[in-house]
Design a protein around this ligand. Sequence first.
Ligand SMILES: [Zn+2]
Length: 137
Amino acid sequence: MPILIFFLAHWFLSLFSQTFFYHRYASHAAFTMSWGWERFFYIFSFITQGSSYMSPHAYGVMHRMHHAYTDTEKDPHSPKFTKNIYEMMMRTNKIYLGIYKGTLTVDEKFTKNVPDWPAFDKWAITWTSSIRFFNAG
Ligand SMILES: [Zn+2]
């Protein structure tokens, strides 16, 4: 029973960090928070997302592009331009990594006021990379 509670808590908390921090805060700037709370939710997201942790900055930029370019060729997460969901996710991952590594040029309107803590992301993503089943990075 405790293991079931652990996994359910982990699942719900990862959903919470996804919707609250990555989506509503980083991507849509639906609300503001102090520097300290932003740092807290970076760490909270790392703990709750575990090996699925993504840079909130790169995710926020990519999600803004997704909304701006929905179902066009510039949409980083559209099923219209790939043969199957695997190809779509690989394409999305490639764009995400381009944003994260700075190898993809992104319009300034997508990066404005997106939270950014590169030192933490570098640590978190390197550390989690070592325990992933598969590292596309
Ligand atoms: Zn959205």
